[in-house]
Ligand binder design. Structure first.
Ligand code: SAM
Length: 295
């Protein structure tokens, strides 16, 4: 093959945009920092489609000029996704093929495109993936946390109160949980994690993946918070935060423990009641506090 597309002999791709009456939407992943992560198939697809739907056309044009492609782009983002749906469907039905790209990484992963792909699937129009970089997968692959099962939560809420209650709901998640985070909130996010998660909960912060200042920090929330406080550079850039799953609780709270906690909480704040009970019975404070919250 001379067109740069590698083909498995058992799987015949046909990437020619005009070979069927209806066009195809190619969902194309782009680099998350390092432009050397551009694949031949990505370059080839972006060069052959009729148009590219781009989250930010200026950013995509920079990438296109880097790879020597001049396919026309139009803007397609969270605020115009629904308006442009019918127009895109018409283009595909008239035989044009399109690529969907976001600013970085895999479209639809905390990025626009879901409504479009769903609509095309409902109308049995062809959607093909051109896979590549994705920050959550890159982070999980190097974090050293269990990767057999994981939960991706995207961005946490902006406000601390909402973030705390969100984290509280997932305090007992046993799979590795993955979040995206920005430089504005990374410290506040880890601070809230230190309130919710026990000190034996492993956390990994993967920063600036594939870029010059790629850094991976690991520890519990308190130790990571200290690192962020001591080194302001560690709060710069883009982040994936991974939280190891809670270890199964082998020791259920005994009736003696719950009884004391309940009695104390009738006279004291729940936090203090949990602390005294945990010290009295030498058991973990968090499950007692949660038990009292549930009461
Ligand atoms: N669709 C993208 C993907 O496939 O990863 C994610 C888009 S989301 C709007 C952007 C967020 O992804 C950033 O705020 C950051 O949390 C994460 N991210 C993107 N690039 C990253 C990188 N190079 N290193 C660490 N995190 C990154």
């Amino acid at each position: 093959m001379s067109d740069g597309v590698s083909r498995d002999k058992n799987h015949q791709y046909d990437e020619t945009p005009s070979n069927t009456p209806e066009g195809t939407l190619y969902v194309v992943a782009t680099p998350i920092g390092n432009l050397d992560d551009v694949s031949d198939r990505m370059r080839h697809t972006l060069g052959r489609v009729n148009r590219i739907a781009a989250e930010d056309t200026r950013r995509t044009k920079q990438l296109l000029s880097h790879i020597g492609v001049d396919t026309p782009c139009f803007s397609f983002h969270d605020h115009n996704e629904r308006q442009k749906l019918d127009w895109i469907v018409q283009m595909l039905k008239s035989g044009e093929s399109l690529a969907l790209v976001s600013d970085a990484g895999t479209p639809l992963i905390s990025d626009p495109g879901y409504s479009l792909v769903r609509a095309l699937r409902q109308q049995s129009l062809k959607v093909v993936s051109v896979p590549g970089p994705c920050a959550l997968v890159a982070a999980l692959s190097i974090a050293g946390l269990p990767s057999d099962r994981f939960v991706f939560e995207g961005f946490l809420p902006n406000k601390s109160s909402a973030r705390l209650s969100y984290l509280q709901k997932m305090a007992h998640e046993t799979s590795t949980t993955i979040f995206y985070e920005s430089s504005h909130r990374i410290r506040a996010c880890i601070e809230d994690m230190s309130t919710i998660f026990d000190s034996d909960r492993q956390i990994v912060i993967a920063r600036e993946l594939t870029k010059t200042f790629e850094t991976v920090l690991q520890g519990n929330a308190e130790s990571l918070l200290e690192t962020l406080r001591n080194d302001p550079n560690q709060s710069k850039g883009e982040f994936v935060v991974l939280v190891g799953g809670e270890k199964p609780q082998l020791d259920e709270l005994s009736p003696d423990v719950t009884q004391l906690a309940k009695t104390l909480s009738e006279h004291l704040p729940k936090k203090l009641a949990a602390k005294i009970t945990s010290e009295t019975f030498t058991v973990k404070k968090k499950p007692i506090y949660e038990f009292l919250l549930e009461q």
